[in-house]
Design a protein around this ligand. Structure first.
Ligand SMILES: C[C@@](CO)(OP(=O)(O)O)[C@H](O)COP(=O)(O)OP(=O)(O)OC[C@H]1O[C@@H](n2ccc(N)nc2=O)[C@H](O)[C@@H]1O
Ligand SMILES: Nc1ncnc2c1ncn2[C@@H]1O[C@H](COP(=O)(O)OP(=O)(O)O)[C@@H](O)[C@H]1O
Length: 309
């Protein structure tokens, strides 16, 4: 007889970049109405949950120290939310193998929340429908529903209402990471400050972006990358302007601050161009770290599931 199998569920979840982020007026609830195009890339976290007598959370990987280890951790909040809705007093031990940068505008915390929802849902066999999981995800944060779904999707409302986009092909990205993070609320506040009193229209997706994705045309996609939060992120961290200029000089087809930043995403023509750009940016010490990734990829999905019955 072999050793008893450990009960554990592991879910893999991708980071995102916003190909287009159009920020509308500030709503009464403190959120801005958005029109965004989310795009999931294969820079991933693995979240494992195991039954336990008390709740705990451990993060491993290069960004572990920046991740809260208590009840504020979004993965822990996700597990507690499911426990509350199911009405159970069971606990889980959560382990996050983290590769998505923290506070980088790539929705790493939201990704972990989505992964924990899927993992705990499987572990406890709760029977929530996809619609119910989406609603739980939206309670946890505006970006959490997209991490469940993945692919390429238009987000509206505060980002939580999703419609998949017809998109052809795979795109190659290089991400310039900065160890110093930017706070999402601070970047939205800076966007409001820079806009002053000018009236802001309700945002909508651009036809240029939709056509580029439908055709899988990387040059057109590069021309249509747009982020209304970019001036605010650059105002709070001016060296982002140099990062963007360096990547474009070194041959990137397009560049954009990812979400609220400070990660800068460079779009490349193919994988070999991406590798060349990674080498140049690394050699030029342009960012604290440079990583490559491609997209779109699937949202949160189970990669390991051993459950005792
Ligand atoms: C900017 C974006 C772009 O996808 O991503 P990140 O750069 O953070 O990854 C998102 O809008 C971030 O979504 P998320 O990080 O889930 O934000 P939430 O937890 O829901 O909200 C945190 C705070 O951000 C601001 N916020 C967020 C979403 C929104 N539509 N309008 C806002 O003004 C509010 O100040 C809110 O209190
Ligand atoms: N599991 C988690 N991983 C990363 N950050 C988390 C997590 N749970 C809570 N946070 C908090 O969320 C903040 C935003 O992190 P993150 O989601 O990585 O960035 P962004 O909102 O820029 O995409 C972090 O500063 C951290 O304090």
């Amino acid at each position: 007889m072999g050793a008893p199998t450990e009960t554990a569920v592991t879910v893999r979840v991708p980071a995102k970049v916003n190909l287009e982020l159009r920020v509308g007026p500030l709503r009464d609830d403190g959120f801005h109405s958005l029109s965004t195009v989310f795009h999931a890339v294969d820079l991933v976290d693995d979240v494992t949950v195991r039954p336990a007598s008390t709740s705990s959370i451990v993060t491993t990987g290069p960004y572990a120290d920046a991740v809260p280890a208590g009840p504020d951790n979004l993965a822990m909040r996700a597990a507690r939310l499911i426990a509350e809705r199911v009405g159970t007093d069971e606990h889980v031990a959560i382990e996050i193998a983290k590769s998505i940068p923290v506070a980088g505008g790539m929705a790493g915390g939201s990704a972990d929340a989505a992964a924990a929802l899927v993992a705990v849902d499987a572990l406890w066999d709760t029977g929530f429908s996809p619609r119910e999981l989406h609603e739980l995800a939206a309670e946890l944060g505006s970006d959490v529903p997209f991490a469940l779904h993945g692919g390429t999707a238009i987000g509206s409302g505060r980002g939580e209402q999703l419609v998949p986009v017809l998109a052809k092909g795979t795109f190659e990205w290089v991400f310039a990471l900065h160890h110093e993070g930017l706070s999402t609320p601070a970047v939205y506040a800076e966007c409001d400050r820079l806009r002053g009193r000018e009236p802001v229209a309700e945002p909508e997706p651009s036809s240029g972006m939709m056509a580029a994705l439908r055709a899988g045309d990387v040059d057109a996609l590069a021309d249509n990358l747009h982020n209304d939060l970019q001036p605010a992120a650059c105002s709070l961290m001016p060296r982002l302007r140099d990062t963007i200029a360096a990547g474009l000089d070194e041959g990137a087809l397009g560049a954009i601050v990812s979400g609220s930043g400070p990660t800068v995403a460079f779009l490349c023509g193919d994988r070999s161009e991406a590798l060349n750009l990674m080498v140049s940016l690394t050699a030029g010490n342009i960012a604290d770290e440079v990583v490559g990734a491609s997209g779109p990829v699937h949202g949160a999905h189970v990669v390991h599931d051993v459950r005792r019955r």
